[in-house]
Design a protein around this ligand. Structure first.
Ligand code: C5P
Length: 241
């Protein structure tokens, strides 16, 4: 693949919806934290030597996890302090790449709490986006009917799900495009919940690549046993690079 690709992992969230005693990236599943599972999987990609890891400032859980990582992986990490929102964390990570990254390089951004991503999906994402001017993301078509629910718990309406997809990560964009897009969103005070939204707002085309629906983002407590089963039986997810 001709363009260089940098790896950026935002892991500075507090995981409020999980209501656990620690941020969800530090919850243990199948003997390791979610963050370690995700890092070890991304480290299998034949991409950039360096992985930029965005952590909450003063994160008290990271040192113990770092100490348990294989030395070769630990050496590849560049740790950067994150911000209050995911988009601020990604922007800080991009700025830390600045001396080295060129505008046309790609940056692959992946949630620390999506440890089940299949390498085959990442390979396909990179292949499909190779000639894109801006970039794109992995996503999967919605399976369920969508209901808009009012505050008292009754259905207000049913949305038409045709053409609706669930956005996942990795999301992969040209470095220059993503930096400009996140800075523009920040200046305008617009809260974007993923990289694609910021890039869309600048009017760039954003390509969608179909990915597996089991690339789940750990969000609620009931996601943990599911992720555990996927990680334990996940040989096919690390094959086929
Ligand atoms: O909270 P959510 O599930 O959307 O988080 C997705 C990813 O973004 C997680 O890996 C989380 O640690 C990261 N994040 C971040 N900085 C924030 C909020 C979330 O790096 N301020």
């Amino acid at each position: 693949m001709p363009s260089r690709c940098h790896l950026l992992l935002p892991a500075a969230g507090s995981g409020r919806r999980m209501a656990a005693e620690r941020p969800k990236q530090y919850l243990s599943v199948a003997g390791k934290t979610l963050l370690q599972h995700t890092l070890e999987r991304l480290a299998l990609l034949p991409l950039a030597e360096q992985i930029t890891l965005v952590l909450a400032a003063g994160d008290p859980w990271w040192p113990e996890v770092a100490a348990g990582l294989p030395v070769a992986l630990r050496r590849r990490l560049q740790c950067v302090d994150g911000g209050a929102e995911r988009s601020a964390s990604v922007l800080l990570g991009l700025e830390a790449l600045q001396p080295d990254a060129q505008a046309a390089d790609f940056v692959l951004v992946h949630d620390a709490v999506r440890p089940c991503v299949a390498l085959e999906d990442i390979r396909r994402l990179m292949e499909m986006l190779e000639h894109e001017p801006a970039g794109g993301l992995l996503a999967s078509p919605l399976r369920d009917t969508l209901k808009c629910v009012d505050p008292s718990g009754y259905v207000a309406s049913t949305a038409d799900r045709r053409g609706l997809w669930s956005a996942a990560t990795p999301q992969m964009f040209r470095y220059g495009v993503l930096l400009e897009a996140l800075r523009a969103a920040q200046r305008a005070g617009v809260m974007v919940t993923d990289e694609a939204q910021a890039v869309e707002q600048l009017g760039h085309p954003v390509r969608v690549v179909a990915g597996r629906a089991d690339n789940i983002k750990v969000t609620f407590p009931e996601d943990l046993p599911l992720v555990e089963r996927l990680l334990q039986g996940g040989a096919d997810a690390t094959a086929n690079w």
